[in-house]
Design a protein around this ligand. Sequence first.
Ligand SMILES: Nc1ncnc2c1ncn2[C@@H]1O[C@H](COP(=O)(O)OP(=O)(O)OP(=O)(O)O)[C@@H](O)[C@H]1O
Length: 253
Amino acid sequence: MPEAIFKTENLKVAYGKNQVIHGIDWNITKGEVTALIGPSGCGKSTFLKTLNLLIRSMSDDVKVSGQITFSGKNILNKKIDAIDLRKQIGMVFQQPNPFPKSIFENVAYGPRIHGVRKKRQLEEIVEQTLTEAYLWDEVKDRLDDSALGLSGGQQQRLCIARALATNPDVLLMDEPTSALDPISSQGIEELISKLEGQYSVILVTHQMEQAARVSDTTAFLYMGELIEVNKTSQLFSNPTEKQTEDYITGKFG
Ligand SMILES: Nc1ncnc2c1ncn2[C@@H]1O[C@H](COP(=O)(O)OP(=O)(O)OP(=O)(O)O)[C@@H](O)[C@H]1O
């Protein structure tokens, strides 16, 4: 059995009376890119936001039950500190959302919160993570400029660098290319492929071609149920479930 980065057991999520995740049992493999696909409203974003407990800060009316094991602990335990947890589980959203601060300060923000104070050390982290996010050469001469002056694709790579700056184990990505032009999207996809191995990446995408290009494993979610998890090549060429086949062949969704 491959090592799991997350293990969910009977995971259920409801917004008030509206249950949107219906008891998901899933071992998500460590060090891989895992794509999560499914029609609009099936619960992909909800599932992703539950993995880093962001869901709890979004609405008072959210009920989460079951277990999520991460690094050997059930993170649904109320004693888990969500801010600490998010140091290990970075997240990137659909719309690039840099802070209205300089490029340097965007990347230095997380390490500072987690106690890095020395300027030299922050400079090293900023250079290293911007290099990892393939942005360093484009911004090294303007680190003090506002991040809001970057292009959409550059902003998204900056947000990825910001997430990597706390040295996480996991990167959760919620449709990270859907607001970008094709060239920037291609850049982000190449970056995701390069992050594989060093990080575990869980990618929500509406584009099946994207899932096929960048992921090792693909999961199909439908109406809050995990219908199929399979090697990506297998899922798209020879799915085991009829519902998966109907979805990937465009019969619904
Ligand atoms: N903050 C919220 N409060 C109440 N209901 C919500 C909230 N966020 C999502 N929902 C509902 O939960 C269900 C699942 O939504 P979710 O955004 O997780 O789906 P999704 O698969 O990511 O959709 P999409 O592909 O359109 O982004 C939907 O019915 C949605 O209306």
